[in-house]
Design a protein around this ligand. Structure first.
Ligand code: ADP
Ligand code: MG
Length: 676
């Protein structure tokens, strides 16, 4: 047997169980060893019946006083009761539906019982359906594996034991100097102890080693992707500071947070090291104006800039915004998106490489291979968390290490930011422009529709605008109304006297743009839309938003959506409409109704969904992690990051023979996850 042996050849694993293992992604003996326990039961520390803490699980060593007697109760259930003693006190045991219990527990013999201890009304301690084991058998800290319908934890543990007993030593792939520097245990020790810990201290050591490995390999993989933070020199030095003249031309006074962010970035771009800065600011905090200032500064210093947005609608909006910001200057702006015609694209590309355009705004289309710049000095990505690491890298490769500025409304935990962006600096907009009011948010059921429509009308009659957001409807989902039908229904009935517009993802970009333009100009009063408006859209006169089937949206998504209103000086209202009763949806609504604070919301989202899900593993190309917790394992993360950096420094793409084993680990971690 070796690590690549198919799991079906393991003793006791027939074809049925092999199938079940495959479903858990355990195909080989090696994969089995990497199938870690979910938690552990502590059988090493038995306590006396009297001292057992109530309502907690613990392990009790006791002798069976009487063989369990079975009785059948009405309904056909089988109950067995027994009493055990540790010499000082008695404890009652109850088992349900276990025909064999009489043969399993023998009077006069001693066992360990593991389970939750409760007390009956006379104060006698009880355990319901405890797990138990003969005291003669060796015990300690027992692994509990994630089980499936066909595989229980006990069986998985048995397989694990037999594999570990039959292999000699698990070879280590980490270079010895890294092991020594970080005081790590051997891989062999780690694997054996993650499954069958000798002690809690040993378990801790094992976990530390495995967490280190995981984060180390992850970062090796990310660092070896070309162009991320490896070259530290740029020719894009922007010596003079033109920010003040631009800021004074703005129609508003920048907030102190905006000014500070600008200063920090200007300081970065004056150096001959490329800037790598993240601007984090809640929806509506005014990130765009900061971006515009930096672009202006770059152009005045003789460089081109590019800005990438995640959707066409947003890219188009940015183009409009920037054209407006720069209307009194000689700055030329172009737009490249997926729907730019081939001929137009050819012309723009030529003009960009000739340096005729100063600023290019676009979607992913901007990072295509054949888009070239004459002198790209600054790249900005908006709503960064939607782009993958590789996309960011290829964007930056369009210049000679241009300065990078990324903007995000989603607060990213420091640790995750380190992983995704490497060593980056953060500016935070922790202040909203003056005059903004909190958005009032309510959650109601669908029988409130009549009242909601009245409420919307009241807003429209005052000259304000609003959104009705519908979820995307997949084919076959008959319980939801598609935006199109809903729009038609509303324009023919309740809102027949108002000017309605419809915006959805399947419309042609030109149509979308036209609708957005008409909405922005006030011609459309009420916009019925799918989530295409989710990010960045800015129409300050919109003061009401109704979100239909709100249970369909994630917490951060709802917050982003809601951020489309509350942008002007009018009090804004957001109404979440849903008949959903499930706990998760209800708690999401509760959070939204209770706070406008994006930071709090992001943290709640992170807690509810976990980081992988939160950032969309697939989009980011980040492999999922088994043991490491990106949020809490900061210390190990830093150490592993240093170790990875030192390996990469000497061998950028891990091609040296001595790093062959590391390369293999990286490849296997990234094999299905990376490449977007
Ligand atoms: P976000 O950070 O969500 O991208 P935007 O950049 O779209 O926010 O800004 C939201 C709105 O606030 C825009 O209409 C913008 O013109 C306006 N704005 C930005 N900064 C200020 C400011 N300092 N004072 C007043 N309004 C501002
Ligand atoms: Mg924005």
């Amino acid at each position: 047997m070796n690590f690549s042996t198919d799991i079906k050849f393991l003793k006791g694993v027939g074809s049925v169980r092999a199938e079940a293992f495959y479903k858990l992604s355990v195909g080989t003996v090696g994969a089995l060893l990497r199938y870690y326990p979910r938690t552990y039961e502590d059988w090493s520390n038995a306590c006396s019946i009297r001292e057992a803490p109530l309502n907690e699980t613990c392990c009790i060593k006791a002798i069976v006083c009487d063989t369990p007697s079975k009785i059948r109760i009405p309904g056909g259930k089988l109950i067995a009761k027994s009493t055990v003693t540790d010499g000082a006190a008695l404890m009652n045991l109850t088992f349900f539906n276990n025909k064999y219990i009489g043969n399993m527990l023998k009077e006069g013999e001693e066992y360990y019982f593991f389970g939750k201890v409760t007390a009956n009304r006379y104060g006698t301690r009880e355990m319901i359906s405890p797990v138990f084991q003969k005291t003669a058998d060796s015990i300690g800290i027992k692994p509990v594996y994630p089980q499936s319908a066909d595989l229980n934890s006990k069986f998985i543990g048995k397989c694990m034991k037999s594999v570990l007993e039959s292999i000699d030593e698990i070879p280590d792939f980490l270079p010895q100097d890294i092991i020594d520097e970080n005081s790590l245990c051997s891989l062999d020790f780690a694997i054996r102890n993650i499954h069958f810990p000798e002690s809690y201290a040993a378990l801790e050591k094992a976990r530390n080693r495995l967490i280190f490995d995981e984060l180390f390999i992850l970062q090796l993989g990310l660092l070896s992707i070309k162009n991320i933070n490896t070259k530290a020199v740029t020719s894009c030095v922007m010596e003079k500071d033109f920010s003040k003249e631009f800021i004074s031309s703005l129609p508003f006074e920048m907030t102190n947070a905006q000014k500070k962010a600008v200063e920090e970035a200007i300081c970065d771009v004056q150096k001959n090291e490329p800037m790598n800065r993240l601007l984090q600011g809640d929806v509506g905090s005014g990130k765009t104006a900061v971006a515009a200032t930096l672009m202006y500064n770059a152009v005045k210093n003789g460089f081109q800039c590019a800005m990438m947005a995640p959707t066409e609608v947003l890219a188009e909006q940015h183009e409009r915004t920037f054209k407006n910001f720069f209307k009194d200057t000689d700055i030329n702006i172009c737009l490249i998106t997926g729907s730019t015609s081939a001929g137009e694209k050819r012309r723009i590309k030529q003009a960009l490489s000739d340096g005729e355009y100063d600023i290019a705004i676009g979607t992913h289309a901007l990072i295509q291979d054949d888009v070239e710049f004459q002198k790209l000095g600054l790249v900005i990505t908006d709503e960064q968390h939607r782009f993958g690491v590789a996309q960011r890298a290829s964007f930056a490769s369009k210049g000679d290490n241009p300065h990078i500025f990324v903007m995000s409304a989603t607060p990213i935990p420091r640790t995750l930011a380190m992983i995704m962006y490497g060593d980056l600096n953060v500016s935070i907009l922790d202040e909203l422009p003056p005059g903004r009011q909190e958005i009032d948010t309510f959650s109601v059921t669908t029988d409130y529709h009549e009242r909601i429509y009245k409420y919307i009308k009241k807003h429209l009659d005052k000259g304000l605008q609003g959104y009705i957001v519908c979820p995307l409807v997949e084919e076959g989902e008959n319980d939801l109304i598609p935006a199109q039908e809903y729009f038609e229904m509303l324009s023919q009935s309740v809102f027949s006297k108002y000017r309605l517009g419809l915006l959805h993802g399947r419309m042609k970009p030109k149509e979308k743009e036209e609708i957005m333009r008409r909405f922005a100009s006030g011609e459309i009063q009420l916009l019925v839309s799918t989530v295409v408006i989710e990010v960045g859209v800015d129409v300050p006169n919109a003061a009401i938003m109704v979100i239909e089937n709100a249970e369909r949206f994630g917490l951060s998504q709802l917050h982003q959506l809601r951020g489309r209103i509350g942008r002007g000086s009018e009090k804004s209202t957001c109404i979440l409409v849903s008949d959903a009763q499930n706990e998760e949806a209800v708690s999401r609504f509760k959070i939204l109704c209770s706070t406008n604070d994006g930071f709090k919301i992001a943290n709640a989202d992170l807690e509810m969904r976990g980081p992988g899900d939160f950032f969309g593993t697939r989009q980011h190309g980040l492999p999922s992690l088994k043991v490491a917790d990106i949020i809490t394992d900061t210390e190990i993360l830093m150490r592993s990051q240093n170790a990875a950096a030192s390996v990469i420094k000497n061998d950028r793409d891990l091609s040296n023979p001595e790093n062959r084993k590391l390369r293999k680990q990286v490849d296997s971690m990234f094999k299905n996850n990376y490449g977007t």
